[in-house]
Design a protein around this ligand. Structure first.
Ligand SMILES: [Mg+2]
Length: 343
């Protein structure tokens, strides 16, 4: 798959792209493209048009040019997981999140975690609570949730079963994106305030392979010999601190997957990669690059819901905004453009 797609992309460089950002003059603020040509090339089926919004095409052009000039060895990808790599809608229903899908095999504890969600979730998005206070509340919420998981006797087997029966799937093109990046040794850091072990299991069950360049920066569980959760590793990562300050938490994904060929991504070298492609679905996801002294950042936002009210904010915050639960093909094109060494 990767070779076929690679061939398509590189046999005719930029001119074959469905859009080139430089072709849009500054008055073109919004455009549509069907992506049909790409989807045909990638042999995928999708009937829905993807809407792409760029607030400042000139600025985006400049950023793309700067990243291309510095080269792929200076680039890293930072991605949120839920509703960014995964789809927001699946067959007309809301896709589940990595946290939401977990059934710990103990209804009482599932209900108690749900009660915590109902109490704290509105506080997380409250515009009237100061950041410092909110951070404390998030620590409280995550701490209590983790305690319930331990107390309720969560097992690794329950995670496997939860993922197997969950309504969760990746956006089309995620595998091709990871493969493209892997072939060029470009690290992908998946930042999540959820649970690394669940995300790993979702990757394992849904993608059926590992990527040596992919690392998950999230809360990691420790299981005993019977596969029962006994503790969490290191510092708690919640929705307000999931960024490169937390990078030391990252463990190589393939370690858990038993894939021992090839070197892991060196975290120290990630810090030297001063250009970033950031993928997120919340404006707060832009904070994922905090802690990295980046030079150029291209940010891509997936606006999945409440489009009418949020589009202005998203267009101002992200360089590129995808609507309609778009597949990842546009990002695959973008990354190949970022990595191309010129015409
Ligand atoms: Mg998300």
């Amino acid at each position: 798959m990767s070779h076929r797609l690679q061939g398509v992309i590189f046999s005719s460089p930029l001119s074959t792209f469905p859009f080139r950002f430089s072709q849009f003059n500054s008055s073109s603020r919004v455009w549509l493209y069907s992506g049909r040509k790409d989807l045909e090339m990638a042999e995928c089926v999708s009937s829905k048009a993807s809407e792409v919004v760029v607030g400042d095409p000139d600025l985006l052009d400049k950023k793309i040019a700067a990243i291309r000039l510095a080269g792929p060895q200076k680039l890293q990808v930072i991605a949120d997981f839920d509703a960014t790599l995964t789809r927001y809608w699946i067959s007309g229903s809301r896709g589940q999140t990595s946290h939401g899908l977990l059934q710990q095999g103990n209804p009482e504890y599932d209900a108690r975690r749900q009660q915590l969600y109902e109490y704290y979730h509105p506080l997380e998005f409250s515009p009237t609570i100061a950041l410092e206070e909110k951070t404390k509340l998030m620590e409280e919420w995550w701490g209590k949730t983790h305690s319930l998981l331990i107390e309720g006797g969560l097992t690794y087997e329950a995670i496997k079963q939860s993922v197997a029966s969950a309504l969760i799937s990746f956006r089309e093109g995620v595998v091709e994106l990871f493969e493209f990046l892997e072939e060029r040794d470009i690290p992908v850091l998946i930042f999540s305030a959820g649970l690394a072990d669940i995300i790993e299991e979702v990757l394992r069950q849904k993608l059926h392979r590992s990527f040596k360049n992919v690392r998950i920066v999230s809360n990691q569980m420790v299981f005993d010999d019977d596969g029962r959760l006994i503790s969490f590793k290191g510092k708690l990562i919640h929705s307000l601190n999931k960024n490169e300050h937390a990078i030391d938490m990252a463990a190589p994904l393939h370690e858990q997957l038993g894939d021992i060929d090839g070197p892991t991504t060196d975290i120290a070298s990630v810090k030297n990669r001063i250009n970033v492609l950031l993928l997120g679905d919340h404006i707060g996801d832009l904070g994922m690059s905090d802690g990295l002294n980046y030079e150029t950042r291209v940010s891509v936002g997936f606006l999945n819901d409440n489009v009418e009210n949020s589009l202005d904010n998203y267009r101002n915050a992200f360089d590129i905004v995808y609507l309609n639960d778009a597949p990842m093909w546009g990002v695959v094109k973008l990354i190949s453009q970022l990595c191309s060494t010129g015409e």
